[in-house]
Write a protein that binds this ligand. Structure first.
Ligand code: ARG
Length: 588
């Protein structure tokens, strides 16, 4: 289904041509002066150069051909050469009715669906999931859902960090604490126990301890590095411990991601790319792309047009060890082999942007990936506390994500304690509301910007917040429940009538932005555009709701039309929040 702007543009194109001007000037946009008009075309100003005429004269000529069009309520040329337009109520209502009748609410699915891998989440095994990982999970999930909704084939991969020093640190600390464990006995030949020698809470204590200790004790750090290298070269006991670490961590991560309403199609790990490394390195050498620099194997990635220094991409350290880059490059090889994607999107902290620039350049230069495959880095900013510094616990520690969820849930439960609802219902609603508070608070900001995590603001039921959006959806639901309870008949076939108030027109105009919003959010990897849309729609709907009688309206035709419009608003909002990874409760 065409977007309103496209329909208007077609009409204007025809008028420009009739007036003797090129239709390329008939560009229509949403007005930036909504007090004057809804849409606007500035083409006459641009055309003046080509036709050596006063723009206002040209605008007047074009408008002359459109004055009788049924699409417009108002169309006028405005000095120095704008064409201002507002669509007719009939036009708008027709559009809204088509939207209501369409399964995708008027949105066209992608004509050429692409295969897209999204690398997000990025948790590390053995380390508790902390707030720093929240943004990747929340933003990536929304990008994934949006792409999928448009019909693309999307593969979401958590890409767990399981191959680095953190494992060596845990092995080392365990060895100090429990040297008697069979995993450390190199002569052991039997089967290792199936039960892990630690729980997740043990790991959560061991890792920070070992990490802190290693910073002050170089010999301990060296031990951990050796353990990491031994693991990576296949020491059996360590591999068995590592497998336990992964199992325990993954079970815990799945639990938390489920709570966050974040789902991965793949639970691949950095280590899964290891088998691809030897051949990749060989190809880099054979192709003459890599050279030895101070013992290390590197690929130069700087380009003449660089304005800042882009260091070479290191593939192997002088001791032959692989690095984070090596794994990422090998993962590209793996993804290409397994999925042949058209695009790979990485949702990672923007502080890794230089790193990804190096990796992408290296992948292209060494022909690991062709020019036809898009590599996109979606870098996100930091989640700060009210003091403007990275979000921390009160005592300055790193806040566990699970704890954050609990705290916000407490706060929401507190707000709802006087509700006349069953406990189960309150619990369910509170879980959905707190998730909306957290995720919407994050997603409503442009991803690349830092933002302030303000629990009081985010959990508010008013203003541009997740709970406010859910509240609006619940309002549409209870309105429909009343219709049902009171046996008010709504004729299936009857249509939504042209608007009879400004507030109703505003709701309809907000609704028409649905398909352009989803497309823009996808193309620009910008979930905040969906947030802007749901907020505008909620806000206009609530105004309409307050100014008009809906269920109690005595005018039957109007009542039916208003109910249908409200139902459509609810449906569009629910579809939109699903793209944000949110759900609305039945009541709140
Ligand atoms: N595990 C990494 C971290 O915590 C993020 C992984 C991002 N993805 C990637 N392909 N490098 O920083």
């Amino acid at each position: 289904m065409k977007k309103v702007i496209e329909i208007l543009q077609e009409e204007l194109s025809a008028a420009f041509e009739k007036a003797g001007y090129d239709k390329k000037y008939a560009k229509v946009g949403v007005s930036n002066r909504p007090d004057l008009c809804q849409y606007q075309c500035n083409g006459a100003l641009a055309a003046a150069k080509e036709y050596h005429k006063a723009p206002i004269q040209m605008a007047n000529e074009v408008v002359e051909f459109l004055k009788d069009s049924e699409s417009f309520k108002e169309i006028a040329a405005q000095a120095p050469g704008f064409i201002n337009m507002s669509v007719s109520d009939r036009f708008l209502a027709d559009y809204i009715n088509k939207m209501a009748a369409s399964e995708t609410l008027g949105l066209d699915k992608a004509e050429n669906p692409e295969t897209i891998v999204i690398d997000y989440g990025g948790a590390n095994v053995a380390k508790p999931l902390h707030v720093g990982h929240l943004r990747s999970a929340v933003i990536g999930e929304s990008i994934k859902r949006t792409a999928r909704y448009l019909g693309h084939k999307v593969i979401g991969d958590v890409h767990l960090g399981d191959w680095g020093l953190q494992i060596g640190l845990i092995i080392t600390e365990l060895k100090h604490r429990k040297p008697e464990l069979v995993y450390f006995d190199e002569s052991f030949e039997g089967e290792y126990p199936t039960e892990p020698p630690f729980t997740m809470s043990d790991l959560e204590e061991i890792y920070p301890y070992a990490s802190g200790y290693s910073k002050e004790h170089p010999e301990y750090k060296e031990e951990a590095q050796t353990a990491t290298a031994e693991l990576q070269s296949g020491r059996k006991g360590y591999l068995a411990l590592w497998q336990h670490i992964i199992n325990v961590s993954v079970a815990d991560l799945k639990k938390i991601y489920t709570k966050l309403n974040v789902e991965f199609d793949l639970w691949k790990k950095e280590s899964d790319a290891q088998p691809y490394i030897p051949q990749m390195v060989q190809d880099m050498k054979d192709g003459g792309y890599a050279h030895i620099d101070q013992g290390a194997l590197v690929v130069d990635v700087k380009e003449e047009t660089d304005t800042k220094e882009i260091p070479p991409c290191m593939i192997l350290k002088s001791n032959g060890a692989t690095l984070y880059n090596t794994t990422d490059l090998a993962t590209i090889v793996e993804r290409r082999r397994l999925f042949d994607p058209d695009e790979i999107i990485y949702v990672v902290d923007k502080r890794q942007s230089l790193y990804f620039e190096q990796v992408f350049r290296c992948a292209r230069k060494t022909k690991i990936i062709g020019e036809d495959v898009k590599l996109e880095f979606v870098g996100f900013g930091t989640m700060n506390g009210k003091d403007g510094k990275p979000f921390k616990t009160r005592d300055g520690g790193v806040l566990r994500l699970e704890k954050l969820l609990e705290d916000v849930n407490e706060q929401v439960l507190d707000k709802m304690k006087d509700r006349d609802m069953d406990k189960d219902m309150i619990d369910d609603a509170a879980a959905k509301i707190s998730l909306a508070a957290i995720k919407y608070g994050d997603l409503s900001n442009q991803a690349s910007k830092d933002y302030i995590f303000d629990v009081d603001r985010f959990t508010s039921f008013e203003g541009n917040t997740g709970p406010y959006i859910l509240y609006t959806i619940v309002r549409t639901k209870s309105l429909l429940a009343k219709v049902k309870a009171q046996n008010i008949t709504v004729d299936e076939k009857s249509a939504i009538e042209p608007a009879d108030s400004k507030s109703e027109t505003d709701v309809m105009l907000a609704l028409t932005k649905w398909s352009e919003t989803v497309n823009a959010a996808f193309e620009e990897h910008a979930p905040h555009k969906i947030c802007q849309f749901v907020y505008e729609l909620s806000d206009t709907f609530n105004k309409f709701y307050h100014e008009n009688k809906i269920v109690t309206n005595e005018n039957e035709k109007q009542r039916e039309s208003y109910i249908k419009l409200s139902a459509l608003v609810g449906k569009v909002l629910e579809t939109a929040i699903d793209l944000l990874g949110l759900e609305a409760p039945e009541r709140m």
